[in-house]
Design a protein around this ligand. Sequence first.
Ligand code: URA
Length: 414
Amino acid sequence: MSAWLMAAFLNGLDSAETTALTEAMLHSGDVLDLAGAPGTPVDKHSTGGVGDKVSLLLAPIVAACGVPVPMISGRGLGHTGGTLDKLESIPGLRTDLSVETYKRQLVTLGIVMIGQTDEIAPADRTLYALRDVTATVESIPLIAGSIMSKKLAEGIDALVLDVKCGRGAFMKTEPDARRLAETLAEIGAEAGTPTVALLTRMDAPLGRAAGNWPEVAESVRGLQDASDGAGSIADVMDVTLALAGEMLALGGAASDAGTGREQAAEAVRSGEAFGKLLEMVEAQGGDPSVLDAPEARTEQAAARVVEASAEAQGYAADLDALGVGRAALALGAGRRRMSDDVDPLAGVVVHRKPGEPVQPSTPLATLYATEGSPRADFDEAERRLLGAFSFAEEKPDVPPLLMDRYAGGAWGRG
Ligand code: URA
């Protein structure tokens, strides 16, 4: 297998070979049958980044609009977070539900978020471990096959992809991110699962929070915000609503993605999306009351405020997502090895993002970790955080996060 992986890594795989690999990994385990689900189940996959809490908002929004969302998510590794770690920072919430419970909850609530089970694409797990030790992870066909075998095993009818591009992303360059998006969508099409990919920027963290509970708290504020997040987390909401629009169109609840986006925004404004999140949290054993006032849990953590130096003047010009991700890792929010535990309260909340004004002593960020946590190194986190910022006298242009859309074999905003 190692020799085969190296051959595939060096020579690449063509489209038929990539599809054959994906099919073989998909059928190495169970392919879930969601026939009893009310409607057309649709999921989203993100290739991951820093502060990417989109699933926490998106799944309840889409479910509140009548499209069932069965989501099987992963854990964080290195500087990127994982949805499961974030969800489990809600006291009591369980993500290790059985397949039977997963199906039942999808029927009753239209939303369920769990972790990978041993039955789903077991060949991918074995191959991924082998890729890790043979330095063959960074191959677009192998990555695409790995992602799609797991997603197609969920039993979904359609899929939306958030392919991230930039310093904080798996794909650092635009050509690579485009090629990954095309490969993923083509596998979906070959498998008869309509797949739309959005290409989104991941140079700065998404939103202001990176970490576990800090990201849950930010997501809750986004869903509670009757102005549909146009305030403090406008960037998160922009990506979330764009993905929601696509999911509602694919799920048959909207005539097109633009209409779907409006329906999704209305589900936030009406409070229905927040209500759906609370229902899911309760069904999965979590304590929904902590979500009513997320600050109370945030205040249980030890905190350090990082201020701008005496020379800082003008605007935050740049904020490197990778640096912020490493600051969160130093606080214990992430894993250096897959076997590490994560600190549910650990993370970073930045108070200045590119384009926002800065003066000497402006609070740039607050660092959080569980009081007395042996994993937390506040000094290293502060160094990483300060290294992630740069300043300028002129206000910088901040490019939009949504870069492009790939659907039906073509690029274009549609
Ligand atoms: N995520 C996956 O699931 N597989 C890969 O190969 C890379 C990222």
